[in-house]
Write a protein that binds this ligand. Sequence first.
Ligand code: SAH
Ligand code: SF4
Ligand code: F3S
Length: 495
Amino acid sequence: MSNIDINNKYTKYFIPPNIQEAKKRGKQAVQIIDFEPIPEEMANIGKGKYYLIRTYGCQMNSHDSETMAGILEHMGYQPTDEENVADIILFNTCAVRENAEDKVFGELGRLKHLKLEKPHIILGVAGCMPQEEKVVNKILQSYQHVDLIFGTHNIHRLPILLRDALFNKEMVVEVWSKEGDIIENMPKVRQDGLKAWVNIMYGCDKFCTYCIVPYTRGKERSRRPEDIIAEVRELARQGYKEVTLLGQNVNAYGNDLDIDYGFADLLDDLRKIDIPRIRFTTSHPKDFDDRLIEVLANRGNLMEHIHLPFQSGNTDILKKMARKYTREEYLELVKKIKKAIPDVVLTTDIIVGFPGETEEQFQDTLSLVKEVGFDSAYTFIYSPREGTPAASMKDDIPEDVKKERLQRLMDLQNQISRKKNEQLRNQVVEVLVEGISKTNSEVLSGRTRGNKLVNFKGDPSLIGQFVQVKIIEPQTWTLKGELVSTQEELLDVAN
Ligand code: SAH
Ligand code: SF4
Ligand code: F3S
């Protein structure tokens, strides 16, 4: 990292990212730092002003946007959806694939005229993209209308960075390429009053050869169990119905703690809290142990949905990806999970067109998809990420072959998803009513324990309640149903 004193709150600085630093993993202990109160001169700076945050990444990234919103609202800013009204526009970006990055550059270009018309607007780029050198260089060169660049490790510095962006003429760049600390007690404005995200750990040490995340998010570091438990308790007290525990690799939770306490222990403690639904993402197959399966099999408020990315069904490709398991080991794990939780909903992530992937190797991916029978899958064409080991592997698969493989894979998965949903026909399922359907205002939508989206006719007063819905018309991605009974009716029967 640069030798500029980042603690000196009154220095102008230019701290660019450094990918070599970002990939180091030393023995340094993780520091747990409390969010500092907002400096006095910034406390009311946003009064009568508006902010807009655009979010491009994963759930972790979305949750970071909630933190940025929390910090901005602490400074008096109010939210808006209108670019024309906003005094500050932040792009919270994702670096995982090139098309995610292209979108952001497109948007930044589009906003140039707005900045010319309204020079007082602060335009900021945050999140995973700024952790890449090439991105910061490109912004410095071609997007000089950007005022502020910061990364994933210094969100808590937003008040200071914003102050400098407001009062300096030059672009403020502060990106820390370090292993990372844990910042506790940051303010948050959650987007939803029913479902909340809770970070249980940060970073990733897996270094899958295609993936940029370990470089943009730093090393694996777990929050203290007592902090997580306190946060979930507080959410339950506030009336939240569901929490989703977040980490790039939640099964590795606790490996870095100085106590003998892992993800299964955490779930076992959280299940005692009076919160109706607990989910988690993402699980890495490598660290998914028997104890965890045992705890999940107890159900209760632990939902029977596991997102278990397999990436490729071919052991040689898995080895080149450094996924640290074989096809057989993955299938064995699935078998164990299904035995313990027969109605488990399994979803996954798959990459096609990894460097050197042959048609036969791709066939192994198709056959694994068939063998497991996932409820749904996120499918991606491999995208080379500068600085990762796979980016220097020979990538000789023509683009049209990659696209055609993706299409075949999606066609197969859609058939399977449809079949899986068909099994729910005429079944009555528990649904947490989350809101009004996006496509029909007379229809409510909610999710099953397995995280499937259900649409059914009902009164909006049911939002936030658990209801029983009979599935009438299963489709590929959603289920159409009919309301059978509400929470209150069930309680009446019980009394
Ligand atoms: N930590 C999670 C997810 C990380 S990113 C996990 O390990 O499962 C989400 C998904 O994006 C990955 O599962 C992978 O399928 C995909 N992905 C990551 N890097 C990619 C790349 N370079 N090209 C294409 N897809 C990628
Ligand atoms: Fe990326 Fe692999 Fe870490 Fe997931 S486990 S974030 S795919 S390096
Ligand atoms: Fe993207 Fe960063 Fe998440 S790269 S997937 S926003 S961790």
